[in-house]
Design a protein around this ligand. Structure first.
Ligand code: HEC
Length: 134
């Protein structure tokens, strides 16, 4: 009986530890996303002017690709930094922080509302169609 409860304890720890870790990664990533101003260009939900939500960004398909993308701008190619997105070197966002950011951004999904659910836009479109039909 003692052995059984020990097995259950060990199993519980193995099952929960990864969940706890990923939850910490996501909440730390959320703070980093705000602290480094990612939201100012990418929106609070990753669907800003340059969408990075997991279902629309090619860079977000892999953690390694994402970190390389961040580093590329400062560490790997410092002589030709991007002038469209800030350059986040390892000194600014370390590897663990970059992983946390990746975990958080991966929770964002770009789900724009359907036109039927935006009455004003729907009216504008219907009026435009009516005008061209005359
Ligand atoms: C000043 C605006 C600005 C800020 C702040 C910014 N970005 Fe960007 N980001 C861009 C622009 C512009 C692009 C697309 C063009 C390019 O590659 O530079 C981009 C592209 C990306 C992409 C690639 C999207 C794709 O699939 O093509 C990722 C991922 C990304 N940004 C993550 C971040 C993260 C994480 C932060 C915060 C640490 C951040 N960005 C902050 C402007 C910004």
């Amino acid at each position: 009986m003692k052995k059984l409860s020990l097995y259950i304890l060990i199993l519980t720890v193995f099952l929960y530890v990864p969940t706890i870790n990923s939850a910490t990664n996501i909440s730390s990533g959320a703070s980093l996303y705000l602290d480094h101003g990612c939201y100012s260009c990418h929106g609070y939900n990753g669907a800003g002017r340059h969408p990075i939500a997991n279902n629309v960004s090619g860079i977000m398909t892999s953690e390694t690709l994402f970190i390389t993308f961040l580093r590329l701008r400062a560490d790997i190619n410092p002589l030709k930094p991007s002038n469209s997105m800030p350059n986040y070197s390892a000194a600014v966002i370390n590897d663990q922080e970059a992983k946390d950011l990746y975990a958080y951004i991966n929770t964002l999904t770009d789900k724009p509302p359907q036109i039927e659910n935006i009455p004003t836009l729907k009216n504008i479109l219907e009026n435009a169609i009516r005008k061209t039909e005359k």
